[in-house]
Structure formats: structure tokens, C-alpha cells
Design a protein around this ligand. Structure first.
Ligand code: MN
Length: 225
């Protein structure tokens, strides 16, 4: 049984970036729908007692799609900040090193989000050797399936922005950039910047560790209002 994670902020506090109507529909209908559907699909199967990360690694077809969408959405909500912030410490240094500047990362991230064809997600990830990169994934696909640690993500399915931005995906991406929870991103980067987490094989325990880390960070820092 997989449970729906709580929204880490009240549904109207990130307006006008995202309206309460968008949150009600996106979280209340889409994200909730994936949780209900997955629980229906895994009932009585080998996946019934597994963690979400294990289901994502072990399943394909509809079970994979619903499980991956649940992780992607939970992570997306945690990546959104109520107030604007900025990357700190090691993460900022690494961004300067790998992209040239924060501004250059922003430009590239918005470009990648805009050019992703169809439905999907655009991520800042760190790859196994520690480099930061921007990655597009289509439909439900998630870096948890490969050996990549997500730093933050933007949902570019139309359901994420159509109520507030109609077809103007670049405008949504620009506003997203102003609402990144850099505190969380900086913490993920700092805590995973260890030899233990770099260079491990795909489908090892890294993602369970990542999920634990995320739980820990969220439990410590985010207040549900
Ligand atoms: Mn979505």
C-alpha cells in the first residue's frame, strides 16, 4: 500500500506562480489518481509490500508508470519553494564549475523544458561521477531508473501549467525558476557529495538511500500548513 505524500505547503501560497485551482487539480486529481491506481494494480501481487523505489526498479507497464509518477510528483512538490531562494555552498560552486554560471544553468534548463516534445519532466541531476547535468524524461520516466540523483525537477506535462499559462510552457518554466526550493537542492547536493554515493551501479541501494534522505530532509525542514 502506497500512501499519498502531504503537500508541503498550503494550496494557495505559491500563487500566482501556480493557482490553488492548479494545485487542486494537479495534486488532488492527478497525483492522487496515480496513488489510487497503483494500489489497485499492485493488490495481491509481488509489489504489494515493496517500497515505492523498489516498485519503480522492478516493474514495467502500468505499474511502473503509476509508481514513477508518484515519486516524480512527490519530488516536484518538495522542489517548489514559497519564497525565492538561491543555491548555496557546494552546490553553487558546482553549478559555476559545470555550467559556467547560475544564469547559464537557468537558460539551459528552460530551453530543455521548452524543447521536450510531448509530456515529461526536466531535471537537474548528478550523474555517477558527480557531474551535474540537465535531463529530460518522457511520460513517467524518472532518473531513479538509472543511476542518477535528482537535485530538482519541473513537471512539464500540460496538466502542470495549462490552467494558469495555457500553452505558454516557457512562461511557466521562467516562473518555476523563481520558485525552486534551493535549500532542499543544496542539501541534497551536500549530503550526496560523498564517495559512498558516487559511482555505484545502477539499481543498487542508492535510490533507497536517496528516498530516505529526502524523507529526512522533508521531515526536518518543511512544515505542512
Ligand atoms: Mn504532473
Amino acid at each position: 500500500m502506497i500512501t499519498l505524500t502531504k503537500l508541503p505547503f498550503a494550496e494557495n501560497v505559491i500563487e500566482p506562480f501556480l493557482s490553488a485551482e492548479t494545485i487542486q487539480c494537479h495534486y488532488g486529481k492527478h497525483h492522487t489518481g496515480y496513488v489510487n491506481k497503483l494500489n489497485e494494480l499492485i493488490k495481491g501481487t509481488e509489489f504489494d509490500k515493496m517500497s515505492l523505489a523498489a516498485i519503480i526498479r522492478g516493474a514495467d507497464g502500468p505499474i511502473f508508470n503509476n509508481a514513477a509518477q508518484i515519486f516524480n510528483h512527490s519530488f516536484y512538490w518538495s522542489c517548489l519553494g514559497e519564497n525565492s531562494s538561491a543555491p548555496e555552498g557546494k552546490l553553487l560552486e558546482k553549478i559555476d564549475n559545470d555550467f559556467g554560471s547560475l544564469e547559464a544553468l537557468k537558460e539551459e534548463f528552460i530551453k530543455m523544458g521548452t524543447t521536450l516534445f510531448g509530456s515529461g519532466w526536466v531535471w537537474l541531476v548528478r550523474e555517477p561521477k558527480g557531474e551535474l547535468m540537465i535531463k529530460q524524461t518522457s511520460n513517467a520516466h524518472t532518473p531513479l531508473s538509472s543511476n542518477l540523483i535528482p537535485i530538482f525537477v519541473c513537471d512539464v506535462w500540460e496538466h502542470a501549467y495549462y490552467i494558469d499559462y495555457r500553452n505558454a510552457r516557457p512562461d511557466y518554466l521562467k516562473e518555476f525558476w523563481e520558485h525552486i526550493n534551493w535549500e532542499l537542492a543544496s542539501q541534497i547536493y551536500a549530503k550526496t557529495d560523498t564517495e559512498l554515493l558516487i559511482g555505484v551501479e545502477p539499481c543498487s541501494d542508492i535510490h533507497d538511500l536517496f528516498c530516505q534522505l529526502l524523507d529526512e530532509i522533508q521531515a526536518g525542514d518543511r512544515v505542512t500548513s
